[in-house]
Ligand binder design. Structure first.
Ligand code: FES
Length: 99
């Protein structure tokens, strides 16, 4: 095993878990579109080397979804819609500006 320091200042985990059995899930409530738009915006803003958008499976709070967690800042966004993307990007920019 090798241990490395992450090259990213923040990892943006977007839960995209979908459930077929009728239970609430982020993936059934627009999470994939949110993930895709966030990834696209991060690229457009030139942050690809410092902020990483990742798909996540269930984060354990399905009823509050769609959910996004940002680490290592330990920030959690819930009930996210595409309209919230500018606010999330602003938070990420603030994290990137931190020393
Ligand atoms: S399905 Fe997203 S938190 Fe459970």
């Amino acid at each position: 095993m090798k241990q490395h320091k992450s090259p990213y200042k923040c990892h943006i985990f977007v839960c995209v878990k979908s459930r077929d059995e009728g239970r609430t899930s982020c993936g059934n409530d627009g999470a994939e579109e949110i993930r895709s738009l966030l990834k696209s915006e991060i690229k457009t803003l030139g942050w690809k080397k410092v902020a990483r958008v990742c798909e996540s499976s269930c984060l354990g709070v399905c009823e509050a979804g769609p959910n996004i967690m940002i680490y290592p800042q330990r920030i959690w966004f819930s009930e996210v819609t595409v309209d919230d993307i500018p606010e999330i990007l602003q938070a990420v920019e603030d994290f990137l500006d931190e020393k």
